[in-house]
Design a protein around this ligand. Structure first.
Ligand SMILES: [Zn+2]
Ligand SMILES: [Zn+2]
Length: 192
């Protein structure tokens, strides 16, 4: 049985899409989406909002004809790296004084690098790009596929326009493919 916490992991973390940060209900279904994946489970769970309150009509995502259902082989991808806590470090430009000593007439005397604070926020190294995989010639983010598979064993079907459907006895959903040009940027695993 899929729990609310599990379905919540498909919600948006984008502050612009704050209404999609929580699952929502429409009729007997409970939905979660981030705009790239949508999943719904057949028994309604108690959610904080309805589809109307989330300002979304999720039904349009469920159009499309899907035939030829298939299973995906098991695969492993590296877990998503936990972003490091941002660190405050002394500004190298002004050695932590926050001052600018350029004596340029236009200068306000504040270090440009740190805005006069003497410290900068170090976000750490950039995380590696997420793993990609090819499913019947179409490219997908494997982290998403793995996340869906954790909901239980799924059947999959590719539709038009790079949309892939997934379903089991408890839930069904859709995931959008990635543009195939990412294949020029990094290697991909062919799943099927
Ligand atoms: Zn500085
Ligand atoms: Zn200056």
């Amino acid at each position: 049985m899929i729990t609310l916490d599990q379905i919540k992991s498909f919600c948006s973390t984008d502050p612009i899409r704050f209404k999609l940060a929580e699952p929502f209900n429409l009729e007997e279904w409970t939905y979660a989406t981030d705009g790239r994946i949508i999943v719904r489970i057949k028994r309604g769970l108690e959610t904080l909002q309805t589809a109307k309150e989330a300002n979304i009509n999720p039904l349009s995502a469920y159009n499309g004809v899907f035939t030829d259902w298939f299973k995906l082989p098991a695969f492993e991808v590296e877990p998503e790296p936990v972003p490091p806590e941002p660190k405050r470090t002394i500004c190298n430009e002004c050695d932590g004084t926050g001052d600018c000593d350029c004596y340029c007439p236009k200068c306000d005397g504040e270090c440009e690098e740190c805005g006069g604070e003497g410290e900068i926020t170090d976000l750490g190294p950039k995380p590696p790009p997420y793993p990609i995989g090819i499913i019947k010639g179409t490219v997908f983010n494997l982290r998403f596929i793995q996340k869906i598979q954790r909901l239980g064993e799924m059947e999959w079907s590719l539709g038009e326009k790079g949309m892939m459907a997934f379903r089991n006895e408890d839930c069904e959903g859709r995931i959008m493919a990635m543009e195939s040009k990412v294949l020029n940027e990094r290697p991909a695993v062919t799943l099927i």
